[in-house]
Design a protein around this ligand. Sequence first.
Ligand code: NDP
Ligand code: GDR
Length: 363
Amino acid sequence: MRKKIFGGETSKTMKKALITGITGQDGAYLAKLLLDKGYRVYGTYRRLSTPNFWRLQYLDIFEKVNLIPADLIDTASIVEAIEISQPDELYHLAAQSFVGTSFEQPIGTGEITGLGVTRILEAIRELNPKIKFYQASSSELYGRGNSRSQNENTPFCPASPYAIAKLYGYWITRIYRQGYGIFACNGILFNHESPLRGLEFVTRKISNSVAKIALGLQKELRLGNLEAKRDWGYAPEYVESMYLMLQKDKPDDYVIATNETHSVREFLEEAFKIVNLNWKKYVKVDKLLYRPLDVERLRGDYAKAKKELGWEPKVKFKELVKIMVEEDLNRWQRWLKGERFPWDAINYPDEHKILSRQYRLDR
Ligand code: NDP
Ligand code: GDR
């Protein structure tokens, strides 16, 4: 057994949470939720040449969280993060989370998104098996299965290197729960979006582009498969389900979703409607943006979460699109007036500048 060390002064009653991936969309919203609940919040972040704390700054919680450098491929750094934070609850959100990139970096995705889970569970097992563990599982596990809607008993049929890495994470979580008695839960979350979503994901790519097109800053929007259907919910509500899972008496796995499904095409229509423009005039389908294999349709049945966690989605599809487009419009308007604030959009390169494996296959 390793020697345990204790982090900064905390009152005995104050709960402590460690969030891996605190710089990501869910990490930031979860940190805010837990701070509001009175937790002492620690979060791991990766050392980058330029800091990436804009989401924490955007939510005005940057000064309130405790940051620990750690990388999922470096076991020692994970052990260190747990030793420093001594958490009651560990929310494992860090991952290479973009399905498109997993086709470009299948091995790295396996290391980070798959094996990274075991590195954390092993550290918990060795340092303090009483730590409650949340694993960020995904609706991508269902992949290309053919059920009309998916619940906790639906068979998995992963369709990307990302999904198969998440499948490994899902099962290793169950194995540590059953084999070692660790309080470990899988939240099988369907797509959830927000103004803090990364710009490479289709919803935010659309909301950001619609805002720029409406303001005359962009001429066209290139997209891949418009027929893909997803069950899209609102991220701040989804992180609440993570917290609820770890407050139960027994660990279990839960689907978190809205039980609605909409296509990328519908998202486009709705988003352009908000700025009174006809999407057909601006959108081009680009086959380079198609994935080698895509998930066609997802719709999650969250009945178990409703019954056992009392969790339900409130923001549905149209409201979600509105929240995202209006926020991106507002940001670009503020930017044009000379206001400067923490924000990601100005740092992204145009997609046509990115040369990928698909680009080579196309030539
Ligand atoms: P993001 O991509 O926004 O955030 C991912 C986080 O992981 C970032 O903080 C990122 O750091 C960190 N990270 C990436 N690689 C490493 C690494 N090697 N070592 C340490 N940290 C790393 O994802 P989301 O917030 O949207 O998602 C959170 C989790 O939930 C992910 O595991 C995702 O796969 C899963 N998920 C997400 C869903 C969604 O719809 N959002 C649905 C279902 C599951 P950095 O900021 O430095 O890049
Ligand atoms: P997804 O999200 O793969 O479902 O994974 P994404 O928004 O990337 O894609 C959704 C669907 O839109 C289609 N699509 C495009 N996607 C992107 N990114 N860019 C495009 O230009 C484009 N055109 C069409 C895709 O082909 C796909 O069918 C997300 C991530 O958050 C995962 O981490 C998480 O596990 C799942 O949601 C649930």
